[in-house]
Design a protein. Structure first.
Length: 136
């Protein structure tokens, strides 16, 4: 097959349409979205009293979610969904929820409770320092 103007234009059109579609579907579940938590070690996130028992609080600026599965047991996770990099939306019903595509993660360990995400939220070290939640 020889390279004609028609073949060249058809190929260019296919690439122009196909590449954005593939890019939109190409996110991985590896968790490396380029939007990792931005909190430095020792950074104050907020009062421990803001994190309800059996729930959690999202610190959007730092891209961290802190949960308290049981009284005094604080857990930290990346607030960036491992499915396609959206920031998780809320913490309720025992799960950290991403309303972009419906993924849900356990407040206990960040594991996937409901997909489409296939990998859990990476842990982020947090501590209760005299009633103030800080990154560890």
């Amino acid at each position: 097959m020889s390279l004609t103007r028609r073949n060249t234009l058809t190929g260019a059109a296919a690439i122009g349409v196909g590449v954005p579609i593939l890019a939109a579907c190409g996110a991985s579940d590896s968790g490396s979205t380029g939007s990792a938590p931005t909190a430095a070690a020792g950074e104050k996130l907020g009062p421990a009293s803001d994190v309800p028992v059996g729930g959690g609080t999202i610190y959007a600026d730092q891209k961290v979610v802190v949960t308290q599965p049981s009284q005094g047991d604080f857990k930290g996770f990346s607030a960036v969904c491992t499915h396609q990099g959206c920031l998780v939306s809320n913490v309720e019903g025992g799960t950290i929820n991403c309303t972009c595509h419906g993924s849900k993660f356990s407040i206990d360990d960040g594991s996937v409770v409901n997909g489409p995400a296939t990998s859990g939220l990476p842990a982020v070290g947090v501590a209760d320092q005299g009633g103030q939640i800080t990154t560890a």
